[in-house]
Write a protein that binds this ligand. Structure first.
Ligand code: C2E
Ligand code: MG
Ligand code: MG
Length: 824
């Protein structure tokens, strides 16, 4: 009984473990969904760091999720703002500098005006001097050396810088003072004398003075006869050109400005002394960079019309700002050119400085954005490592696997992919036997091998514990099988376990993704691979790899449906008990017993055979409830017919599932029901499947013994169907051995088969066990079995399982001469 309970506890724990696993997977999936959503908002194309696996990362192609959009938008916005700031800053500076340039132009024109004003002032002063003297000099002895001339000229020479002062009479005959001496001569025809005689105040252009070669300008004013008001002569004086030059050279910009006085043709009246213009002609148009025809014509027109003007051009050695302004005398103009760099040097500095400052600010801004981005990236990497890396293997965890696999499948194009779900057999046992550290090393060893197997465009990850999942490319099913085999082999030869004689085994389930799966969520594909893997665990052909088929899916759907309706079905009496007679072939084919077999009569689906639901009920535990229901129903019928109505006796047998057998209240419940219907001992046989008997025959035997003590007969069902060995019969004592129908299937009449059955029967006999052959549907089999000494046959040859009423009728109709023979 102790062992019995222990086994029950082990099984319950196993079931709880499985449930826990399922829950974990669901939880992981939900977590993945959440994480994916979260990270896709912060994700960019960079990949997470795989600790201790830097070489592996290179094989890992991280698909770039669309989540980068938002973060890139922020950077795009930041860069746009910077650009706008930069462009508008520069535009503003350039605008300000152009304003300033305009101002400079105006300033130069004003400066030109000032030079002009100074010149005009000087000339007018000279005229004033001469005019004042001319009034004084008015007397008859105009040209007398002792008279007015001498006084006048002496005074003019003494008070001014003139180097010649003289008077000409109306005929142009002149007398003048130079270098302290008096000279005479005719100046008739000299333009400035002629013009002055016409009443003009004249100042000439620069000319060389004949006496000492000094450049001079002549001033001439008419002398009026006081009495007649007529012009009686001309007072003239030669002023050194230096006087003009002093004025025009007093230009701005550290002497870099050039100032000339020009006539209306552009000829120099007074030319700047700057070395730049020395020796390059007598006209402002004689310059190294001539003006265009249009500009030249415009300038000439302005000069001719006595208008001021301004332009910017390269005229001498550099770009210049040029202003000209009419002097108001002789059609002369002041022509003033300032090198542009002089004017704009400061401006340029400010402009360049401004641009540099703005650019630096923008760069600093960009730098901070990059810094934020880097910190962000670092944080994200850390987050991703935490969220996506399996710390044990350094490979993807389930979440990351789902994300990457989905990405790969999105871009899969024509490539064929399969999902492979693998699980190490009894990993818990490995941990228990070899220690957790070895278990961990085994997982890393396996993971490393999976990594080696991984090709470009494939991913794998560890889901949890010993479960790995991979997305693999394939051309043929064979390819996947080979890869699985090599992984399984690699596991098997894991040195730490292999050296101690333990063979690690691997189970695998594969789902081949097909083109129509586009809308199928990855999680569902995973489910299918898991389904296949679960099937692999039930394979009896020694293989450990299973490929998903639609039937599996249908089976799953079926199971889901069954599970949701089974309880109600039991309530609604949809489960019905059929009875199949067992015929005693050694005693005239009398009815020896009947096996209660359940049928599900569903109003929607019709009759459902037990093969379609018993296995599932064994998995989900419902079988215990159902078995008790069948037992109760069959007992009630037995009481009503055999005990109450006196129908012919038979041994009623019921199936007891392995789970039911392990229930702590199993015996007490069955005894209670048996007694409730007053069924005598020895009338009920309990059929146990052989699996538990062979797994733990001590426990099994203890249960069997207890059942027998309580008046039940016990049989070993399906003998020979599983892992039975004749040997086990030595240690198990049951009343009946039910030889599995497989021995008789397909008319297997081989000598070996027959020999085997014969031996089983004789061995059972020698161990005092009755034998019942199941699934017999041929007459010759009956004869053979009879000859072999088999006690009874349960088969279609005599009757199929029948509804209880039909069975009751069958019993009544089945008359044999030896009906009263003792059963056992
Ligand atoms: P089992 O206990 O070995 O039952 C014998 C099975 O062999 C029955 O199938 C029966 O209909 C079938 N059979 C008998 N004679 C022949 C024959 O000549 N030819 C063929 N082809 N089959 C024959 P059934 O009723 O479909 O039950 C299948 C299995 O389901 C049973 O095998 C038993 O393991 C399980 N089962 C049925 N009812 C119950 C139940 O109430 N409780 C439990 N725990 N298991 C049950
Ligand atoms: Mg049975
Ligand atoms: Mg059987």
């Amino acid at each position: 009984m102790m062992q019995h309970e222990k086994m029950y506890q082990v099984l319950t724990k196993e079931i709880a473990d499985i449930n826990e696993r399922i829950k974990k997977l669901d939880y992981l999936y939900i977590k993945t969904e959440k994480m994916h959503r979260l990270l896709s908002q912060h994700h960019n194309s960079t990949q997470p760091h795989y600790p201790g696996n830097s070489a592996r990362v290179s094989r890992y192609r991280d698909p770039s999720p669309g989540g980068t959009l938002r973060i890139n938008n922020i950077y795009f916005l930041a860069f746009t703002v910077s650009l706008i700031f930069l462009v508008s800053g520069i535009a503003f500076i350039l605008f300000a500098s152009s304003l300033s340039r305009e101002e400079t132009g105006e300033y130069i024109q004003v400066a030109t005006g000032q030079i002009k004003f100074a010149l005009a002032e000087h000339i007018n002063e000279e005229f004033g001097n001469l005019r004042a003297a001319s009034i004084i000099s008015h007397d008859r002895e105009l040209l007398s050396p002792d008279g007015t001339f001498t006084r006048l000229t002496k005074r003019l020479v003494a008070n001014n810088s003139y180097i010649q002062v003289g008077i000409a009479d109306r005929n142009g005959y002149a007398m003048w003072m130079e270098k302290g001496g008096i000279r005479r001569g005719s100046l008739a025809g000299e333009p400035f004398i002629e013009r002055a005689l016409q009443g003009e105040q004249v100042v000439t252009g620069t000319r060389k003075n004949a006496v000492d070669g000094i450049d001079v300008n002549y001033y001439a004013v008419p002398i009026f006869d006081e009495a007649s008001g007529r012009i009686s002569g001309v007072l003239f004086a030669a002023d050194p050109e230096e006087e003009f030059r002093n004025i025009i050279n007093h230009s701005l910009y550290a002497g870099k400005g050039l100032a000339h006085i020009i006539d209306s043709q552009g000829n120099y009246i007074v030319k700047s002394m700057s070395p730049i213009v020395i020796g390059i002609g007598d006209n402002i148009f004689d310059i190294p960079y001539p003006l265009t025809e249009t500009d030249k014509q415009k300038l000439l027109d302005n000069l001719a019309m006595g208008q001021a003007g301004y332009f910017e051009r390269k005229i001498y050695e550099a770009d210049r700002l040029v202003a000209y302004s009419p002097l108001g005398i002789n059609g002369w103009h002041v022509f003033y050119a300032v090198p542009e760099y002089m004017v704009s040097a400061g401006l340029k500095n400010v402009t360049v400085g401004g641009i540099v400052v703005i650019s630096a600010a923008v760069l600093a801004f960009i730098f901070f954005i990059m810094l934020i981005k880097r910190v962000n990236k670092k944080n994200r990497n850390a987050l991703e490592t935490m969220a996506f890396i399996d710390p044990l293997t350094g490979q993807r965890n389930y979440q990351k696997f789902l994300i990457d696999a989905a990405e790969i499948l999105k871009n899969a194009q024509d490539m064929k992919y399969a999902i492979c779900y693998c699980d190490i057999k009894a990993f818990k046992t490995i941990n228990d036997l070899f220690g957790r550290e070895t278990g961990d090393r085994l997982l890393r060893y396996y993971s490393d091998f999976l990594f080696e197997l991984t090709q470009e465009g494939e991913v794998f990850g560890r889901i949890t514990g010993d479960i790995f999942v991979s997305l693999r490319k394939y051309q043929s099913k064979q390819e996947i099988e080979t890869r699985f085999e090599s992984a399984a082999h690699r596991l098997m030869v894991f040195p730490e376990t292999f050296s101690r004689g333990y063979r690690v085994e691997l189970f695998g389930g594969v789902y081949f993704i097909n083109r129509n799966d586009e809308k199928l969520p990855l999680n569902d594909m995973m489910d299918r691979a898991i389904t296949a893997e679960k099937s692999a665990k039930t394979l009896k052909n020694g293989k450990h790899l299973c490929f998903y088929t639609d039937e599996m899916r249908e089976q799953k759907l079926w199971e889901a449906e069954v599970e949701s309706t089974m309880e109600a079905a039991l309530e609604n009496n949809e489960f019905q008990v059929y009875l199949q007679p067992k015929i005693d072939i050694q005693h005239g084919n009398r009815i020896m017993g009947a096996e209660a077999l359940v049928r599900w009569i569903s109003p929607e689906k019709g009759l459902i055979p037990p093969g379609r639901f018993i296995g599932l009920f064994e998995k989900n535990g419902f079988i215990t409830k159902l078995d008790r229901y069948v037992f109760d129903t069959a007992c009630r019928n037995y009481k009503e017919t055999v005990l109450d109505r006196g129908q012919q006796k038979y041994i009623l047998s019921v199936n007891v599932s392995r789970l039911g057998l392990l229930q702590p209240d199993f015996i007490s419940t069955y005894v209670f029901m048996k007694e409730q219907y007053h069924i005598p001992d020895g009338c009920i046989e309990l059929e146990f499947t052989e699996s538990l008997a062979f797994e733990n025959h001590t426990l099994f035997q203890s249960i069997v013994d207890e059942c027998r003590r309580n008046g039940f007969l016990c049989s070993l069902d399906d003998f020979g169907a599983g892992y039975s060995s004749l040997n086990i019969l030595k240690s198990i004592q049951v009343d009946v051995l039910k030889i599995d129908g497989l021995f008789f299937k397909y008319g297997d009449n081989s000598d070996r088969g027959r020999e085997l059955v014969k031996n089983i029967i004789s061995m059972a006999k020698s161990l005092h066990m009755k034998t019942v052959a199941e699934g017999i549907d041929e007459e010759y089999q009956v004869e053979q079995l009879r000859e072999m000494g088999c006690d009874a046959i349960q088969g279609y040859i005599f009757a199929k399982p029948l509804p209880m009423e039909e069975f009751n009728r069958f019993v009544e109709l089945w008359k044999t001469p030896m009906a009263e023979t003792k059963l056992f």
